[in-house]
Write a protein of this length. Structure first.
Ligand SMILES: NC(=O)c1ccc[n+]([C@@H]2O[C@H](COP(=O)([O-])OP(=O)(O)OC[C@H]3O[C@@H](n4cnc5c(N)ncnc54)[C@H](OP(=O)(O)O)[C@@H]3O)[C@@H](O)[C@H]2O)c1
Length: 334
């Protein structure tokens, strides 16, 4: 990667349904000049996350949607290559929100300084970053599973789901994943240690889910929405809690799926906690301290799906939105 120019990927148009590579454009911009208190960062890793897709739609949301020509947003890890800020000397490794570009400007309030001794810096975008904190918050601060309860996790092999299920196991729960395909289900059970995993693409998915949840579902960590969500509602227990984290099956949908299970929410007196982790910055230190300890002790495993080069980001993003990723989706920028 050259430090002469800043390569950026911007939104070229609003997607119509499933996102395509034509919805993006690559632009060469001059490197920014620094003011006092700023540092120039060369990105090493970019995190690709499902939330980026709804941000491409011109709809009211919890943040301003992207306008045509805007830089695609995203979490990044990179190295300071020039600095006018004493606390961020050249060589400092930082996590920030620089988006889909090779370089960006930070100041001390927009970065998390990383310890290079703590293993691969990319973990700061996954288990030791936004997705890990999301798993911790939704499960432990909101749904609060009790020992012996049944916890169901959708998108179970993914960045958030894989961590949720392992934390629920650490808390003594019976944990059932839902994932797409036999290989992802095998990984969830044999490598992550869930008690069972059901393939939602199987013809007898509902029957398999019923067999895996004989005592019904006390906690649902919901990442997917659509028919998978409806199927779990048929198995919901009295006074269950739902951590409503994501709705990925609907992010590219032209017509939203109409949930049929509202009756179950009422009959079983279910509490639903919808949350967006961006609202809970004060929770990060608590979650990161515990997640780091579990990773060090070998109690949390995670997997990364890494695309090479910034130009691979649109295709890798589409792979994630169609379930072809396997683990936390990242781009190795340079
Ligand atoms: N509330 C928050 O603050 C917050 C923060 C982070 C993430 N999230 C949400 O958490 C969810 C998971 O995010 P992640 O980063 O961990 O992604 P991920 O699970 O690593 O990757 C996305 C996965 O979603 C599954 N998927 C895609 N389309 C689907 C469909 N139509 N039906 C069922 N499953 C489908 C695929 O797995 P399969 O192959 O198993 O289908 C795919 O691998 C997303 O909904 C995301 O928006 C929310």
């Amino acid at each position: 990667m050259s430090d002469q120019q800043n390569t950026q990927i911007r939104m070229r148009r609003h997607p119509a349904g499933m996102v395509t590579t034509d919805d993006f454009e690559t632009v060469q911009a001059p490197l920014p000049t620094l003011e006092a208190g700023q540092a120039l960062v060369r990105n090493k890793f970019l995190s690709l996350d499902p939330y980026m897709r709804p941000r491409m739609d011109p709809l009211r949301s919890y943040v301003q949607p992207l306008a045509i020509g805007d830089l695609m947003p995203g979490g990044t890890v990179g190295e300071v290559i020039e600095s006018k800020e004493a606390s961020l000397p050249k060589g400092t490794l930082v996590a920030s929100q620089l988006g889909w570009q090779t370089h960006g400007v930070v100041n001390k309030t927009t970065v998390r300084v990383l310890d290079p001794k703590l293993g691969s810096p990319s973990a700061a975008l996954g288990v030791l970053g936004m997705t890990g904190v999301t798993a911790h918050y939704g499960l432990l601060a909101l749904a609060k599973p009790q020992k012996g309860e049944t916890v169901v996790v959708t998108a179970a092999s993914g960045a958030v789901g894989g961590i949720v299920g392992q934390i629920a196991k650490l808390k003594g729960c019976r944990v059932v994943g839902i994932a797409g395909g036999a290989e992802k289900c095998r990984y969830v059970v044999e490598e992550l240690g869930f008690d069972a995993c059901v393939d939602y693409k199987a013809a007898d998915f509902e029957q398999q889910l019923a067999a895996a949840t004989p005592d019904y579902v006390n906690v649902l960590f919901e990442n997917v929405g659509g028919p998978v969500f409806d199927a779990v509602l048929q198995r919901i227990a009295d006074h269950a809690r739902i951590a409503l984290c994501g709705n990925i099956s609907q992010y590219n949908a032209k017509e939203p799926y109409g949930v049929k299970g509202l009756r179950q929410l009422l009959m079983h007196r279910v509490t639903t906690y919808a949350f967006v982790i961006a609202d809970h910055r004060d929770y990060w230190p608590t979650a990161l301290a515990e997640l780091s300890a579990w990773v060090k002790e070998g109690k949390l495993k995670f997997r990364e799906d890494v695309a090479e080069g910034l130009e691979a980001a649109p295709q890798a993003f589409i792979r994630m939105l169609t379930g072809s990723n396997f683990g936390k989706t990242l781009v190795k920028v340079g």
